[in-house]
Design a binder for this molecule. Sequence first.
Ligand code: GLU
Length: 308
Amino acid sequence: MAVKGRFAPTPSGRMHLGNLLSALLAWLDVRSQGGVMALRMEDLDPQRTSLERADQIADDLRWLGLDWDEGGVEPAWCQSSRGAYYQAAFEKLQDMGLVYPCYCSRAERLAANAPHRADGSMVYDGRCARLTLEERADLERSGRRPAWRVRVPEEWVTVMDGHLGPYTQYLPRDCGDFILRRSDGVWAYQLAVVVDDALMGVNHVVRGDDLLPSAPRQVWLHRVLGYQPPQFFHLPLLVDGQGRRLSKRDRDLDLSALRAQYSPREVTGYLAWLAGLNPERKSVEPAQLISRFSWAKVPKTEIVAGVP
Ligand code: GLU
């Protein structure tokens, strides 16, 4: 089967060097196997994302020399326009009896969370799953609007990551019942990403390892909805000299700063060197890296990066 990969940024700001590394490796993974590359915009949250930012991301990718065969900033590939697909999957889960309303406010949710997991996030204790119909009706009458959660089974899920190897979670302990739709109606990333990867025929998912803890629940959701889960490849995130993950706060490494100071070939050369694809740090074009790409060369632990 032909490889189909995607880059799926959230257009909530300018990309930084770390986002660019994910995009480059997703592209190389596809291009080195003669596959199909797609670009999808994960603009679910209207408060945080915008079409202007999506256009800017597409422009930054083209600037670097990356292209895609499908998708881009067009409605069929922007999650903000794909609600009908998420609704259909949601109803399927509802029909299976797996969905329940959660009336916890954010403060209550934090209080209702079990102790922190290893990655610092928290597991919902499932208290709203135990509400009686009367209690739900009372809450509705008092004006509360629920978020919607999916009930996870007592299952162990192992993801065979193509880069990092096996990664296992026991869903009730390590994941917990998670949100499919927020109380303001916004669809959750966890549902949208699964539905989209499945319906778009994506079979290779390359992304940062901050999303590794999300992979088991996504694999489970794929299976429950009758889809074939993709092969995942998680790559280590870039960190600064103090070991902090690069984020949108690091303005000197965002694309507006990088484009002002460096050529696309210099930035690609720096990324290729960080990713172990070039022994030295020299300018290169993405297309020149295709024949050199192999997951075996890419580091598995945090990559320290600074200004190129
Ligand atoms: N939209 C997510 C992000 O920008 C990536 C989702 C994914 O690759 O699964 O962090």
